[in-house]
Every structure is written in structure tokens, then in C-alpha cells.
Design a protein around this ligand. Structure first.
Ligand code: NAI
Ligand code: MG
Length: 348
């Protein structure tokens, strides 16, 4: 199989961590991938004036999968600037139609010590958030009249159906438990969300559905995170809850994400930003990007065994290797990447 992967390094540490992920993809046994590199974010603004140049969109549309680093940084952060880096990312998600954002959370025992939660609460945590990514308040009409501002939160049945189906499919392939998060006691969009979820879940008799209100979910994530398998929710609630979940992981640097639409093509990126404070020094943690590459292998290319091999190699590195500074170590990005590659090669 000769899959085409569009690589969008972006800004700050983006190029450093995507290089690591590409090296690991190249190291995956027996696969031939074609990589092409394209501009997005601040570097694209500098080069073309546009945070998402047409050539980048075209390349991503033609690719089997897109691997992204991060966008943004102080150079482009003036709120009054005519264009901003994150507009490029939002526009890319929208044009690719990636409405389901997957964020797995597992807490490796060595990182449990870095988490704000006690290690015993983190034992056995293995969950995936499925956040709706292209609807809700972030995409609704925004108006401002004098002292009054309005952000419209809007969802259609079709928008809820497709993301809930993705979540049901995922739950079916995992431990068969789905938690849907809403605020159905107050919000009309949440009542539509809940009714639609109930209806779709009937097509998945092997999946057990429960509902949680978002405020209570925020608490349950801290008190019993190991009780959850797949958690599906709308855009704004998902934005907040996934950051909360990321904090449990012990570092921003280790968490991957996948954004999926109807087909197999997806957008894969670590959850962290461009980390301008450490950019260019070769010390960024590449694990979030490398685990994003594993998700790419699984969800866009159907290479489940290869994805599992990358995850096992990362686990082995977390077990015993020197780690980067965010995890209390002294290793460079390259050293951690080489350690992952060594473990990958060892299992061949
Ligand atoms: P950030 O995630 O870039 O950094 C937060 C802190 O975590 C920093 O101290 C950073 O050094 C550290 N960190 C992040 N990733 C790391 C890694 N892989 N290894 C080691 N340490 C790591 O978030 P921040 O500082 O709020 O934002 C910086 C820039 O990134 C801003 O311009 C922001 O808009 C952008 N950003 C972009 C995102 C994206 O492209 N998806 C997501 C979040 C922020
Ligand atoms: Mg966020």
C-alpha cells in the first residue's frame, strides 16, 4: 500500500514533533508512505498572507491522511490582525468535514505521579472522548449590538446522528460503554442531542448508553475516571472536558488526537499547541505527535497491528527510557524518537 500523507508542520515546535512522527511512520515495518509537506498557520501567513493556502487544501483533499503539528505563536497573536493562524486550522477542519474529534486518554503509571490526581484514582483509566467538532456555539451566528453579544448554539439532528454513530462504532470496538454528555435539563440543543442519541444507540444493542449532565461529568472525570469507555459530547462541552482530561494525563506533550469525517481520511495532531517557549531547541516531547501517527495508522489506513506496535513502543519508552523535560527528564526530541524507533525495530 502506498498511502499519501500530507504533513503540515505549522509553527513553533510543530516542525520538530511532526518530524518525529514521520520518522516513526517510516520506521513502521513494511509500509511505503509518500509524504508531502505543506504550509499552515503563522508560517503560511508569512509566506502567502493566508493561514490556509489553496495549495495546502488541495494537497489535504488528495491525501489519505493529514498529520499536523501546531499553529500560532506570539508573532501572530495580535487580536486585531486581519488574519490569524488558528483560522487556518478551523478552516481546514471545516473543509475536510472532520466532525468527530477523538481524544484517547490513558495514564501511564510513570506519568501518574505528574498528574494532579492521586495515582490510585488513575489506575485503569482508558477512555476516549468523541467531541463534535464542526457545530454548536463555535460555528453559530455571532452578533454584537451595543452592550449585548450573542453566540448562537445550533445543532441539527443530522449533525448529532453522525457523530453519535461514530462514537457507537468506537464503543462497539472497545468495551461497549457509551456516555453521552449534555445539559438536557436546561438547553434545547441538549434535548435534541439526548433524544437523537437514544434513537441511534438502539441500532447498537451491544453498546450500553448512559447520559451525564456536563457539570456532573466535570466532577466524575476527577472522582472516577476509570469508569468510562467512550464519552461523546457537543463542541463546547467537549472543548472544556477534553482539556480537563488532558490535565489528568500528566503532560500536554503526550496526548494525541484524531479528527474524522465520513470517509477514512482524517486529520491527526497532538493536542498541545506550538509551545513558543521551547520552540527550536530540540527538547519538545514528541510522544503526542507519535501517538497521533498511531491513530492515523489505525483510523485512516486500517493498519491496526502497526498502530498497536507504535503504541507498545511508546509504552516501553515510558516504562524505562529517559524522557523529555516536561516529564522531568533530560532527553531531547531526537533521543526519545530514537528510543521509540529502537523498540519498534526490536519487535520485528
Ligand atoms: P501550548 O500547548 O503550546 O504550551 C503550553 C505549555 O506546555 C508550554 O509551557 C509548553 O512549553 C508546554 N508544552 C506543550 N507541548 C509540549 C511538548 N510537546 N513538549 C514539551 N512541552 C510542551 O499552549 P499555549 O502556550 O497556550 O499556546 C501557545 C501557542 O499555541 C498559541 O499561539 C496558541 O494559540 C497555540 N495553540 C495551538 C494549538 C493547535 O495548533 N492545535 C492548540 C493550542 C494552542
Ligand atoms: Mg481547547
Amino acid at each position: 500500500m502506498n498511502a499519501h500523507i500530507a504533513v503540515l508542520p505549522g509553527d513553533g515546535i510543530g516542525p520538530e514533533v511532526t518530524a518525529a512522527a514521520v520518522a516513526v511512520l517510516r520506521g513502521v515495518a513494511g509500509q511505503a508512505f509518500a509524504f508531502t509537506e505543506h504550509a499552515i498557520g503563522g508560517c503560511a501567513i508569512d509566506a502567502t498572507g493566508d493561514p490556509l493556502p489553496a495549495a495546502t487544501v488541495e494537497a489535504c483533499r488528495a491525501a489519505d491522511a493529514v498529520l499536523l503539528g501546531a499553529v500560532g505563536g506570539p508573532k501572530w497573536s495580535d487580536p486585531n490582525a486581519p488574519v490569524r493562524p488558528e483560522q487556518g486550522l478551523l478552516a481546514l477542519r471545516a473543509t475536510l468535514g472532520v466532525y468527530a474529534n477523538l481524544r484517547p486518554l490513558r495514564v501511564h503509571p510513570r506519568l501518574a505521579a505528574l498528574s494532579p490526581l492521586k495515582a490510585e484514582h488513575l489506575h485503569g483509566v482508558d477512555l476516549v472522548f468523541v467531541r463534535e467538532l464542526t457545530g454548536g456555539a463555535y460555528f453559530g451566528r455571532k452578533t454584537r449590538e451595543g452592550d449585548v453579544a450573542v453566540d448562537e448554539c445550533r445543532y441539527s439532528v443530522a449533525e448529532v446522528e453522525r457523530v453519535v454513530r461514530r462514537a457507537c462504532e468506537l464503543a462497539r470496538a472497545r468495551r461497549g460503554r457509551l456516555t453521552s454528555v449534555d445539559k438536557a435539563n436546561v438547553l434545547e440543543t441538549s434535548r435534541l442531542w439526548r433524544a437523537t442519541t437514544e434513537r441511534i444507540a438502539r441500532d447498537y444493542p451491544d453498546v450500553t448508553l448512559e447520559h451525564q449532565l456536563v457539570d456532573s461529568m466535570a466532577m466524575l472525570l476527577l472522582t472516577r475516571p476509570s469508569a468510562y469507555d467512550v464519552i461523546v459530547t457537543e463542541n463546547l462541552f467537549g472543548d472544556i472536558l477534553t482539556d480537563e482530561a488532558a490535565a489528568l494525563a500528566g503532560s500536554l506533550g503526550v496526548s494525541p488526537s484524531a479528527s474524522l469525517g465520513d470517509g477514512r481520511r482524517g486529520l491527526y495532531e497532538p493536542i498541545h499547541g506550538s509551545a513558543p517557549d521551547i520552540a527550536g531547541r530540540g527538547v519538545a516531547n514528541p510522544i503526542g505527535a507519535i501517538l497521533s501517527a498511531a491513530l492515523l495508522l489505525r483510523h485512516s489506513l486500517g493498519l491496526d497491528a502497526e498502530a498497536a506496535a507504535v503504541e507498545a513502543a511508546v509504552d516501553a519508552v515510558l516504562d524505562e527510557a529517559e524522557l523529555t523535560a516536561d516529564l522531568g527528564g533530560h532527553a531531547t526530541t531526537q533521543q526519545v524518537t530514537d528510543a521509540v524507533l529502537d523498540r519498534l525495530a526490536a519487535r520485528r
